[in-house]
Design a protein around this ligand. Structure first.
Ligand SMILES: [Zn+2]
Length: 80
């Protein structure tokens, strides 16, 4: 049971909610040495994560199925 954060209506028990991303931001991720695990034969080795830039969720709403269908057609707003 929850209240939809888009239409503010109360949704009954047993109905699942959905998270919809409404705003994203451009973020720089730092490089991380020895974080990605892989197997070479029976040995475990670690690769470096190079880092880089990407989108990060800035704001998301917990909405009902009807609101999720209308909101997922729109692209999230890019904030800084
Ligand atoms: Zn709703």
């Amino acid at each position: 049971m929850y209240r939809c954060q888009s239409c503010q209506k109360s949704v009954g028990p047993g109905v699942s909610s959905q998270l919809v991303t409404v705003a994203t931001r451009l973020t720089e991720f730092p490089a991380r040495p020895s974080t990605q695990r892989y197997a070479q034969g029976r040995r475990v080795k670690w690769n470096d994560d190079p880092g880089g830039t990407g989108l990060q969720i800035a704001r998301e709403l917990r909405v009902c199925a009807a609101c999720a269908a209308t909101r997922q057609r729109r692209r999230p707003v890019l904030v800084s």
